[in-house]
Design a protein. Structure first.
Length: 353
């Protein structure tokens, strides 16, 4: 009996030491730096994957060495049901603990696509098609003004059509919010009577200026001209008439050249030099700020504006004042042309501003 008890104590001691040693070893393996790789690795935890499946997949990709330790740590900490689905960027040398914490936090890799304001639907679809991590095609070109320009998160292999639908939903939500804010459906004094009118004018404002402080003022100019029955005479609408919103010029501007006098002769409802009032629809996809500028325009009696040579515009109340501003702009443009080319004047006939 004494021998048996001694052996039992011995065995229990050895077992205890093995357990403690195993625990120390497991903790060391769990917290030590993991496998090194030259570039960040990407791991996707699919929806519905359990802790064991995630551990096995991490091991299969060479990101952890001991899947059993990984799952045991999750069980011990009570986090086996807290793993978040998504795509993860696993930095080189992360420990199993760091990887576990990252997936529990849901610290996913953010794939983003930024759509600038003022692009046509054709240009936006081209950007989306150029993202290799997206899948599928866009079956049809979205209506102008239906897509909200901003930065969107997306997942690897997400359908391009899904991004388009999210952009449409975002635009609808943004428009409804701004319309409610400015009570756009119940303003008897407001000359714009429909969403199409508002979005059309917002697209013109967006294309005319990239300066935030000018948007409401330019919206006010356009509204003053509409009220007075004066043609809007805005160049971007003529450019849209010429390109149908599908410029393919490798970044050389919408036309790849300056707008010319002969371009103003095009017979199109989008030619605001020939036809008074608004074009039949938006000529681009405006951002929220341009829409807000139209719904909350600056109140003034200005009727004209022309480029000032610094990226902005100079405004005028009368045609006489405007003609002086145009003459000044032409001097500036001539100087800029001479500086760039060394020539005395442009080779092509300039448009009358």
């Amino acid at each position: 009996m004494r021998f048996f008890l001694g052996f039992l104590v011995y065995a229990m001691t050895i077992g205890f030491l093995l357990i403690v040693g195993g625990g120390v070893w497991a903790f060391h393996e769990f917290t030590k730096p993991g496998p090194a790789h030259m570039a960040p690795a990407f791991f996707t935890a699919e929806r519905g994957m359990g802790a064991q499946s995630i551990a096995q997949q991490l091991h299969a990709q060479g990101l952890i060495n001991h899947p059993l330790i990984f799952t045991a740590a999750l069980a011990i900490t009570g986090q086996q049901n807290q793993l978040k689905a998504g795509e993860y960027e696993i930095a080189s040398g992360l420990s199993m603990k760091q990887i576990m914490d990252q997936i529990v936090r849901g610290d996913t890799f953010r794939r983003q696509i930024t759509i600038p304001e003022g692009l046509t639907s054709f240009e936006i679809v081209a950007i989306i098609k150029s993202v290799p991590a997206l899948s599928g095609d866009v079956a049809s070109l979205p209506a102008e003004g239906s897509l909200l320009p901003q930065t969107y998160d997306y997942q690897k292999d997400e359908a391009r059509s899904a991004i388009i639908e999210r952009m449409k939903g975002a635009m609808t939500k943004e428009y409804d919010t701004l319309c409610q804010k400015y009570n756009c459906t119940q303003r008897s004094d407001f000359i714009l009577k429909s969403k199409n009118d508002i979005m059309t004018l917002a697209s013109l404002v967006e294309k005319e200026t990239g300066i935030a402080s000018e948007r409401a003022r330019i919206a006010g100019v356009f509204l003053n001209r509409l009220k007075a029955g004066i043609p809007l005479q805005t160049d971007p609408s003529v450019i849209y008439a010429l390109t149908q919103g599908k410029p393919e010029n490798k970044g050389q501007g919408p036309l790849g050249r300056r707008l010319l006098l002969k371009d103003l002769e095009i017979d199109s409802p989008y030619n605001t030099y020939r036809y008074a009032g608004l074009p039949p629809g938006p000529i681009a996809n405006p951002g929220a700020a341009a829409i807000e500028a139209v719904l909350n325009p600056e109140q003034h009696d200005l009727l004209y504006f022309v480029a000032d040579g610094s990226g902005g515009h100079v405004f005028a109340k009368t045609l006489e004042e405007h003609n002086k501003n145009v003459a000044q702009w032409r001097k500036i443009r001539k100087t800029l042309t001479q500086t760039k080319s060394g020539a005395g004047s442009p080779a092509s006939e300039p448009k009358a501003d």
